[in-house]
Design a protein around this ligand. Sequence first.
Ligand SMILES: *Cc1c(COP(=O)(O)O)cnc(C)c1O
Length: 401
Amino acid sequence: MTVNRELFDHVMVPNYAPSSVIPVRGEGSRVWDQQGREFIDFAGGIAVNCLGHCHPALVGALKEQGEKLWHLSNVMTNEPALRLAKKMVDATFAEKVYFANSGAEANEAALKLARRFALDQFGAEKSQIIAFNKGFHGRTFFTVTVGGQAAYSDGFGPKPGDIVHCDYNDLAAFEALISDKTCAVMMEPLQGEGGIVSPTDEFAQGVRDLCTKHNALLIFDEVQTGVGRTGNLYAYQGLNVVPDILTTAKALGGGFPIGAMITTTEIAQHLKVGTHGSTYGGNPLACAVAEAAFDTVNTPEVLAGVTAKAALFNQLLTEINNKYHVFSEIRGQGLLIGAVVSEQYKGRAKEFLVAGTEHGLMSLVAGADVVRFTPSLVIPEADIREGMARFEKAVASVVSA
Ligand SMILES: *Cc1c(COP(=O)(O)O)cnc(C)c1O
């Protein structure tokens, strides 16, 4: 069988448009394709591979658990899930954990819990969910409707109801929307897919205060920002704003699919036996790998390393930009970095990604105007420098095209 990019068009549902490169192997922040071409990975599987590829701690946990026990269903609990949950509770505001398999599923659980909590505590009138334009919360029908991009939710028939949106960082607009009928507010404590947009301190604190005032639950979607990405274990810890419910996925498994919703005991008790569930959620294999990832990331060395590596990243990006003037702003937090293309390149961020691939560099975009970098949290300095040298060549090729 010839396994190449053409086969994709023959056998895969056409909802993705993948690159012609087919990687076959990865180690640390380097990846090799079918032809043996090497790439530096500044994409990290979209903020998932927090420890790069095939990190020994993760491979070790996978092998060890892989020879013990993979799956049981939630008819029985298991040791890795209990250990991981205990560590997450110890490291955060939360007291209870629900495991899922992805970010969307963690958010689905959070939204259902918020609706159930409001129904139990306040009655059926309190069902409104407020979220933010350009926000992203996953691709199930509930989460895509809560997400702030109609392009992702239109065209599938009637949507889940009582969901409204306003602009991120517009506290006045938010204050005008929220009321005692608001059940929950879902927000990213730094918009990822929406273009790497940080909240102002005033906005984050204002949203928290208004949620408290109106008995609305504040749900932080930390699927992209969580597990060390911003230099804190969770971004809320850097913002000094504590949510009522938090969702985490992507980096949580370091590349193995897992998601989680975490919350307080008071709120959690409304998901009574039988109200929600998942066949795979919290299976021992995923939890064992995630436990190893969590243990490795949640250390002062790795978290401080994120801040140091981010400083180097920003410095080298700025140097490239001082030469070529292709970006109007370099922004983000920790190793969640966005380079906003200048007016001349508006709508063309993808060209930098494509040119990067041609020069042996994997990167991402966040919308049409932002080149996004979400490398491994433990990427060696030499790989940052080499990757940036390749990115400079990519930028030069876009500029001279
Ligand atoms: C990626 C992402 C999701 C969706 O996660 P999946 O694992 O793809 O379902 C949800 N919220 C945010 C903020 C994300 O970045």
